[in-house]
Write a protein that binds this ligand. Structure first.
Ligand SMILES: [Zn+2]
Length: 154
């Protein structure tokens, strides 16, 4: 059975200084509710609060949701972006470096190549057949660029 609230009466409320729900003396009323109150424990005057701030969240004082809005990683590191040219050379090196001289077929227009063949061109150097276009043309990866060479000419 709650006592009627009135100025100079007492009411339980949150003390902002003691940080506890304590008995307060009502200093002023507003709209039928305590407005300003005085803590009977520490004698501080403050606005009346019925309970602890954030009481609805479990565990007051534990702060709760401290989600740091991470707006970081958008401009992520542009690690090791390989330019087209570099990639090309890497492919070429992977295909040709360390291969035995005997694995390279001397290029001539009369020869026939298959995909994956290594060839040696008098002018362009070592190359890898990356694609057989048709009976008379192959695509060859050389160190500097991909070239289309004739093959199977009689
Ligand atoms: Zn107090």
């Amino acid at each position: 059975m709650p006592k009627p609230l009135r100025v100079a009466g007492e009411v339980d409320g949150w003390c902002t200084r003691c940080r506890l729900v304590l008995n307060h003396r009502i200093v002023s009323m507003k709209s039928g509710k305590p407005h300003q109150v005085e803590c009977l424990t520490c004698r501080s005057q403050h606005l009346w609060r019925p309970g602890a701030p954030g009481e609805k969240r479990a565990g007051a004082g534990n702060g709760g949701d401290e989600k740091a809005s991470t707006s970081a990683a958008k401009g992520a590191p542009r690690a090791a972006r390989v330019s087209g040219a570099t990639k090309h050379v890497q492919l070429w090196e992977k295909a040709t470096l360390g291969r035995a001289v005997g694995e390279f077929k001397a290029y001539s227009v009369g020869a026939n190549f298959r995909e994956g063949d290594l060839l040696r061109h008098k002018k362009f150097g070592d190359g890898l057949v990356t694609r057989v276009i048709d009976a008379s043309k192959v695509e060859v990866l050389f160190r500097d660029e991909v070239r289309t060479l004739a093959q199977g000419m009689t």
